[in-house]
Design a protein around this ligand. Structure first.
Ligand code: GCW
Length: 858
């Protein structure tokens, strides 16, 4: 009893301190905060700038919070802050509703107790209802939540509405989340690095411990809450057992403390081998009672420190992680043992279906990694405890540019499932390239699996409707870091935002999400909204075109390296099973039932028939499902090989368009994000050319079939370093060969400066001059572009690209537009190496500016 009272007192004091702190922060937060990238879509800028917003002229001046919870206190503080920031008014906090117009926060029963006229809405868990009530000659603006989280989500909804210029009356109505599980996974390591993280170091860990300053962790929870995300797994699924040591649990409980006011429950990833790794047992066999007892004690200790602990995420028997198969046990044995320990506390187990053998025999034409999840988990359907959820990646391989939906979703009818989507852009340009993912995710979520010959779109399977499951939902691998803008790129935040919006309501169109995010993040200016949303919506297809080709080749990136630049051969001849089976005659994996791996037979009959037949298989998944000759004609009438060539050219052209589109927003976007994004898009346009050239060269060599427009390695504007006059520059072989002209880069070794010069022989005119060079992660080489004796430009290779060699990971482009060139000119590149980076170069390109070569004689 005494303990309980103390807890209550502590809570009241904490709540008071928290409220004061928030007020202080919000008071200090003036216009400067609006420019702070960490605010993301919670900038709270006045929607009409300095123009008035009459819909809020007569809003209630008082705010009454009827709910006595820390989460509702966050809702209250957020409303105070947002209203002040957007409407320039400070609401009065009042203890009761009587005698005044008021904003009211509370649950339906709390509100009805204070205002008996209130027509209680019926709300699902975590849902909210916004309404206006007139009673006792007063007006009440009501934010009702089924529970404290619902109140908070309602408050954020109101603020997002104000930020987009909507009156409170327009926002009236009820909403409930589609599914109970709406979590992010972070792949943070205890040393502070993040697996597949591209936004800086961990906000949670540093040097083996939980950070002392958890400010960003609290801010992250606020961002997550604003989009309805209610759980966060803080450590890598390749889990370090030390996460379970008593000292670490204490540290982790501090993270839970900063999450709690935002209704975000904390969970951790655990290795199934922990009882042996750190528990002093000589086994981790899930069938051993001592192992089960160890987990039970560990879970009890976790709940003692974190009473609202959410549960475990488990990666086992996967990519080198230990698993129950070591003892001949099944995933169900392991998951159920953990679930039994968590059950008394209300915790759950998210057991990942990403279980496969990465030592497959590539000579075996029947071997197929795509089959693994279904083969392993489908026979276990009905054997999992009710607090176990099988966490399934959207596709059967691994967050590729395009994959079919995993057939396992249709193969578990008596088991809870959640879909795992990847927000961090591991295979999708790693936040150095614009790829808006809600478009892709929606394709998956809307896909009808036709389980039991019924309509069963993926979204209705994971939200529990299709098979009447009590639990299920959405997991997004987010990997935010300490970078001010969380993900390393301002535009990538649209993916985090979009994940939350879709997890809340998967029927929200990707277009609506793009527009809302743009207004909230940048501006409601119609030009900004239409231009940027168009850029976002086209970006997946652009990326798919210049990297993979929209024929279902999954990815053509370097899968044994950083998963970044082009390296198609890396898919083949290894045990990872991401094969595309390209040979001189054809390409694609035969996954048919009759002649292939039989993967297609894992789908319900309607879908299996669709994919199995060449007549009906959609072109964009053709090579995932079938092996066909390069000369095979698609539904478009064009051959496979010509489509591969053309799509890469289309993708690169479209990537260049993204730069032009963004430039039309100059002056309409704040200078810092404008410049940073321009730099990113210019880099992307260059990288699209690297991809285009590499993939087209590779397929040309593999197929021996020429491009019908003879474009590959025949760019009339390009002069390679091998054709230039070199002083100090020496050729080295590039791996993979297709990522540089003639398979060679030119490096400046053993000299402090080298040059490569060309004699210009083309007509006089204005040209854009590009230099293709390589920028390693280490070293900052300096380059100079020289026209005769005049320095035209100087730049440094200071990007932090994921490579230490000249190849498609590091190939970069510098462009100087509008250079007047005349026949007889000498154009040269001078490179100065630095710290092991030998100022490597590939080629120069002189592209005439449209219409300028003859007419505007310089
Ligand atoms: O896509 C692969 C990644 C691994 C990751 C793994 C997984 C955390 O390359 O980095 O490991 O998937 O999802 O478990």
């Amino acid at each position: 009893m005494i303990g309980a009272r103390l807890d209550e007192e502590v809570l009241v004091i904490l709540r008071f301190r928290f409220a004061r702190l928030c007020l202080l922060v919000f008071t200090l937060c003036t216009a400067a905060c609006a420019e702070d990238a960490s605010q993301a879509w919670l900038r709270y800028a006045p929607p009409f700038g300095t123009r008035p917003f009459p819909a809020y002229d007569r809003m209630p001046a008082s705010l009454v919070d009827l709910d006595n919870s820390p989460v509702a206190a966050s809702a209250q503080n957020e409303l105070l802050h947002g209203v002040r920031s957007m409407l320039g008014k400070t609401l009065r906090l009042e203890p009761s509703v009587t005698g005044q117009d008021a904003w009211i926060l509370g649950t339906p029963s709390e509100i009805a107790a204070a205002l008996p006229q209130y027509p209680r809405p019926s709300l699902d868990a975590q849902g909210f209802s916004l309404s206006i009530l007139s009673a006792h000659s007063h007006t009440y603006w009501i934010v009702a939540g089924a529970d404290p989280r619902g109140i908070l989500y309602g408050a954020f909804h109101v603020l997002a509405g104000i930020a987009q210029g909507q009156a409170f009356a327009q926002l009236a109505g009820s909403q409930s989340p589609a599914a109970p599980i709406r979590w992010v996974n972070q792949w943070d390591n205890l040393n502070g690095t993040i697996e597949r993280g591209y936004g800086g170091r961990s906000i949670f860990f540093d040097n083996g411990s939980v950070r002392s300053d958890l400010t960003r962790a609290g801010e992250y929870a606020r961002l997550l809450a604003s989009i309805g995300v209610n759980g966060c797994t803080i450590n890598n699924v390749n889990a370090d057992p030390r996460i379970l040591t008593p000292q670490m649990i204490q540290g982790v409980s501090r993270i839970a403390d900063v999450f709690r006011p935002w209704g975000v429950r904390l969970s951790i990833s655990v290795p199934i081998s922990a009882p042996q790794d750190i528990g002093g047992l000589d086994t981790f066999d899930p069938g051993n009672p001592a192992v089960a007892a160890w987990w039970k004690a560990k879970v009890d200790a976790l709940y003692a420190a974190i009473p609202d602990f959410a549960g475990f995420v488990v990666k086992a028997d996967s990519e080198g992680q230990p698993g129950p198969s070591h003892y001949g046990r099944s995933p169900a044995d392991a998951a159920n043992m953990l679930a039994a320990a968590l059950k008394p506390h209300g915790g759950i187990v998210l057991y990942r279906a990403f279980v496969y053998n990465h030592h497959l025999d590539w000579n075996d034409l029947k071997a197929d990694r795509a089959r693994a999840a279904y083969d392993i988990f489908h026979p276990l359907d009905g054997h999992f405890a009710d607090n176990v959820v099988i966490q399934i990646k959207n596709g059967p391989i691994d967050f590729q540019v395009r994959e079919p939906v995993s057939p396992l979703f249709a193969g578990l009818h008596q088991t809870n499932t959640a879909v795992e989507l990847q927000i961090t852009q591991e295979y999708m340009g790693q936040q150095r390239q614009l790829v808006y993912l809600p478009t892709q995710w929606q394709t998956y979520l809307d896909f009808n699996l036709h389980a039991e010959d019924r309509d069963t779109p993926l979204k209705n399977i994971v939200d529990g409707q299709a098979f009447h499951r009590p639990l299920g939902g959405y997991i997004g691998v987010a990997d935010v870091g300490l970078d001010p803008n969380w993900l390393g790129s301002d535009l990538a935040l649209a993916n985090l935002y979009g994940f939350g919006r879709l997890a809340w309501n998967p029927n929200t169109p990707a277009d609506t999400i793009a527009k809302d995010w743009t207004r909230l993040t940048f501006s409601s200016d119609p030009t900004v909204v239409s231009t940027l949303s168009r850029m976002l919506l086209s970006s997946w297809s652009i990326y798919e075109n210049y990297t993979g080709a929209p024929l279902g080749l999954q990815t053509l990136t370097n899968i044994t390296g950083p998963h970044y630049g082009p390296a198609p051969q890396s898919q083949e001849n290894n045990g990872w099973g991401q094969w595309i089976r390209a040979d001189p005659n054809g390409v694609g994996m035969d996954r048919t039932v009759s002649t292939g791996t039989g993967f297609i037979g894992q789908y319900p009959p309607v879908v299996a028939r669709l994919y199995d037949s060449l007549q009906t298989c959609p072109d964009n998944l053709l090579l995932f499902m079938h092996h066909v000759p390069y000369t095979y004609r698609l539904h478009t009438g064009k051959t496979v090989i010509q489509t591969l060539y053309d799509d890469h050219y289309i993708g690169a052209t479209e990537a260049a368009r993204l730069v032009r589109d963004w430039k039309t927003l100059d002056g309409l976007i704040a200078p810092q994000p404008y410049e940073a994004t321009l730099k990113m898009l210019e880099y992307q346009a260059g990288e699209a050319i690297v991809w285009r050239d590499a993939i087209d060269r590779w397929f040309l060599k593999m197929s021996g079939i020429p491009d019908d427009r003879n474009r590959i390695d025949h760019d009339p504007n390009r002069i390679t370093a091998s054709e230039m006059q070199l002083d100090g520059y020496m050729p080295i072989n590039v791996t993979p060969w297709e990522t540089a002209s003639g398979g060679k880069a030119y490096v400046c070794e053993d000299r402090s400066v080298c040059t490569a010069a060309l004699h210009f022989t083309r007509p006089a005119g204005w040209y854009n001059v590009s230099v293709q060079y390589f920028d390693y992660r280490q070293g900052v080489s300096t380059f100079r572009l020289i026209l005769n004796h005049q320095t035209l430009a100087t730049w440094t290779a200071d990007n932090t690209l994921p490579g230490e060699q000249p190849n498609g990971d590091t190939s970069s482009r510098f462009t100087l537009p509008g250079v007047p060139l005349r026949p007889g000119d000498v154009l040269s590149i001078e490179g100065q190496p630095n710290d092991g980076e030998p100022a490597p170069i590939d080629y120069m390109e002189m592209t005439p500016q449209p219409g300028s070569a003859e007419s505007a004689h310089p």
